[in-house]
Design a protein around this ligand. Structure first.
Ligand code: A2P
Length: 373
């Protein structure tokens, strides 16, 4: 019998029981999906991606806060109502794609799994829970098989960095990683993106810019990420990059340091990454590896001074990587620069890819969508 959940994990017993007699069943290709946070920046992208990638959706429920009641959103040419999230809403749902913030996920994920659904959660709520796999499908797809009902999507900056670093790390393990991020407004949600546009208009009209999503105007400005600091002076966003990279790479003591900065870009984050290896990793070798890496696009035109830019990464599935240089300060160091769409590969696309992985490997619970063979 094939067990779909590893017994070493302290999984929810009912959920495990759901999997115990699966050898004589197979999932039909039709999955009943709910999107929690459907009206947000990531939620609307999830809807588009499910359609564009022809995810086998039997039924789609769009869930958000009571503020969105009465709204409709389009999916496969149909206008679907947005419902306020409730316990009832998870009935007859196989898969929940959640992107409504950590507190909303904490409030609803258990209710969804109790109702029998698998949750792919885009928030930080469960990422470091040892019973919750943290998955970038191109990097650690095998981790998904150990899920107990919830699978976490890593932080956007971590996903983008992992996509560029993992292929190199597989050739020669990294010893130390130092990253600086240039994060767009989209990371703070749809409202923040609108706020930056309003700020730009206000500043150009010599008016006071509105500041609700951010503590300061972001238009025409740059500031360190405004998540809370720890006693060492690292903010939450920076520590997410440290802890999540260690978990995804399965190297608990990997030396990682991050500086996260918000920049006045609407969508798509950029990062500068300094890697230290045991022995030199040549630029040529790194380019060869990255040129072959799935989900990565090497973008370098030294003569034309053209490298990855958020404007080119926007709407793009691949993470753009370039400006690969030997670190002049260290014989075993390598520098690289990347831009990636924060909403796509940094969030919605990665979540849909996890869902595709679950379907491919029959890791979604048996339900009415299951047929006997
Ligand atoms: P709503 O539009 O009804 O507020 P973004 O990341 O772009 O800010 O989007 C956040 C998403 O999470 C939106 O769909 C938002 O719905 C949803 N959301 C926020 N708070 C809650 C909540 N308490 N319950 C359910 N959905 C929520």
């Amino acid at each position: 019998m094939r067990l779909f959940v590893t017994s070493k994990l302290q999984c929810d017993k009912d959920f495990l029981d759901n999997y115990k007699n699966k050898e004589d069943i197979r999932l039909s290709s039709q999955i009943r999906v709910a999107i929690l946070g459907a009206t947000g920046a990531v939620g609307t992208e999830l809807i588009e991606l499910l359609e564009a990638r022809q995810f086998p959706v039997a039924d789609l429920k769009l869930l958000a806060s009571p503020r969105s009641a009465g709204r409709t959103l389009s999916f496969q040419g149909e206008s679907l109502p947005v419902e306020p999230v409730s316990e009832e809403a998870f009935k007859d749902v196989d898969l929940v794609l959640a992107s409504a913030g950590g507190s909303t996920s904490k409030a609803w994920a258990a209710k969804a799994t109790e109702a029998g659904a698998v949750v792919v959660d885009n928030s930080s709520a469960f990422r470091l829970d040892p019973n919750v796999p943290l998955v970038v499908p191109e990097v650690n797809p095998e981790a998904a098989a150990s899920h107990c009902g919830i699978i976490a999507n890593p932080n956007c900056t971590t996903i983008l960095m992992a996509m560029a670093v993992a292929p190199l790390h597989q050739v020669q393990p990294i010893k130390r990683l130092v990253v600086a991020t240039y994060q767009s407004a989209s990371g703070a949600g749809a409202k923040a993106m609108e706020e930056v546009k309003a700020q730009a208009r206000a500043i150009l009209n010599e008016q006071t810019p509105p500041t609700e999503s951010f503590p300061y105007p972001l238009a025409f400005n740059v500031f360190p990420h405004n998540s809370p600091w720890n006693e060492q002076g690292y903010c939450e966003e920076e520590m997410k990059m440290v802890s999540e990279t260690r978990k995804i790479f399965d190297v608990p003591d990997l030396r990682v340091s991050a500086t996260c900065v918000r920049v006045p870009v609407l969508r798509a984050h950029s990062e500068t990454v300094n890697l230290e290896f045991e022995t030199p990793f040549t630029v040529e070798q790194a380019k060869e590896v990255l040129a072959e890496a799935p989900g990565v696009k090497l973008v370098e035109d030294w003569q034309g001074n053209y490298f990855p830019m958020p404007i080119d990464a926007t709407g793009c599935d691949d993470v753009l990587v370039g400006r690969i240089r030997s670190d002049i300060s260290h014989p075993c160091g390598l520098e690289l620069w990347l831009s990636g769409d924060q909403i796509r590969k940094g969030a919605a696309l990665n979540a849909v890819q996890i869902a595709e992985l679950l379907v491919k490997d029959n890791l979604i619970r048996p339900s009415a969508s299951v047929v006997s063979v």
